[in-house]
Design a protein around this ligand. Structure first.
Ligand code: EPU
Length: 354
């Protein structure tokens, strides 16, 4: 096991923020985790698990021990009547996995093409796009308990998936209200994830952007590969490529309100983009709210609001003069204040602030 000191993280976070990991260990297998846990100097303090760094804002050097997950491998592990079960190492690149599954004839992940980040991070925030969420294709995952070194497996129910949420986003410590926390944040390292990809595959259409592509191309029954290509085209047109313009994808979650609250907002802003949810509540498009407050294209220091999608905050200084985590958070807070003052809604950030 190699213990690295003062490791630059600029190329390990998709914003391109300059920061260092004071101590970093690369995790290529369960044996590497065991070696860390057997080393009292490393095991004593807190840890921070780093995947693709595509959903984090670094506000300074990272003092907890950084475990950089680099576990690889992609394979078909099982076939049932209904599904192919595909397993991938947590360190695999998400988009490469999506491409690989389609090349091998396993459809189901096409709507999730081009989402930045790693396989291990995908269940943490239950990634989703164009009508499909990770939980719709999830089978199970393996993880290691960082306090005991035990390996365990979780099914979907045990992961407690929600909208951009899972058990891995919640602390295990008691909450402010005194209730016992149920979470695994910082407590477990995901090593492998298994996906159940349906043999009776049906395209997930219906999203406005996808429907537009379908009408333009006049394809009645698109294949999984066709949808994959459309999703790649849509994302490339509307979302900045982190390799070119640093960003962490959507910066805020889309807020959910009651029908009464929504009605109240519609009275004032009839054009608000909203979607009815199955449980009766209404989801509002945070990008629209931010756009309506006039933030699109604006900047604070080197932190900017992307000019084609107001939900995405970007690094306007590039690699040479990069944005700081402080600038990103100052911009995020200014946006939250505007949206609160105009709509009475508190936007919740999606990335983890480190
Ligand atoms: N809109 C505006 N102005 C903007 C941005 C959006 O008016 O500046 C409007 C759009 O016109 C559209 C609506 O808001 O009517 C929703 O926009 P979009 O379809 O781009 O989707 P989104 O709700 O902003 C969500 C996910 C994305 C995912 C897309 C497609 C969240 C927080 N974001 O974005 O996920 O790719 O749907 O499914 O749920 C991510 O999480 O990093 C991410 C990119």
């Amino acid at each position: 096991m190699l213990v690295e000191k003062n490791v630059p993280l600029q190329s390990s976070n998709s914003f391109g923020i300059v920061a260092k990991a004071l101590t970093l260990v690369r995790i290529g297998s369960e044996a590497d985790i065991a070696a860390v846990l057997q080393n009292p100097a490393l095991h004593a303090g807190p840890t921070f698990i780093l995947g693709g760094g595509s959903n984090i804002v670094l506000t300074g050097d990272v003092k907890p021990l950084v475990l950089k997950v680099e576990i690889t491998g992609k394979r078909l592990v099982k076939e049932t009547d209904k599904a192919w079960i595909i397993e991938a190492g947590a360190g695999e690149n998400w988009h490469e996995l999506v491409t690989w599954t389609l090349q091998h004839g396993f459809p189901g992940l096409e709507n999730l093409a081009l989402i930045p980040g790693t396989v291990g991070a995908s269940p943490v925030q239950n990634i989703g796009a164009y009508g499909v969420e990770l939980q719709d294709r999830f089978d199970s995952l393996d993880a290691v308990d960082l306090s005991t070194g035990q390996t365990f497996t979780l099914n979907a129910a045990q992961c407690a998936f929600g909208y951009r949420d899972s058990v891995f986003k919640h602390a295990s410590t008691p909450t402010d209200s005194g209730a016992a926390g149920f979470g695994l944040a910082g407590k477990a390292l995901i090593t492998r994830v298994r996906f159940a990809l349906p043999k009776l595959w049906k395209p997930v259409l219906g999203y406005a952007d996808i429907e537009k592509k379908r009408l333009q191309s006049k394809v009645e029954e698109p294949t999984a590969l066709q949808i994959y290509e459309w999703v790649c085209e849509i994302r490339r047109a509307k979302l900045p490529d982190p390799k070119v313009i640093g960003n962490a994808g959507s910066f805020f979650k889309n807020p959910t309100v009651s029908p009464e609250q929504c009605e109240d907002i519609i009275q004032r802003d009839p054009k608000i983009v909203h979607y009815q949810l199955a449980d009766g509540s209404v989801k509002l498009a945070a990008g629209w709210l931010i756009d309506a407050c006039g933030w699109k294209g604006k900047s604070i220091g080197n932190a900017g609001v992307y000019d084609k999608q107001a939900l995405v905050l970007v690094n306007r200084g590039g690699a040479a003069n990069p944005v700081t985590g402080g600038e990103v958070m100052t911009l995020a807070k200014a946006i939250q204040t505007s949206v609160y003052e105009r709509f009475g809604l508190r936007l919740e950030p999606e990335p983890v602030v480190v």
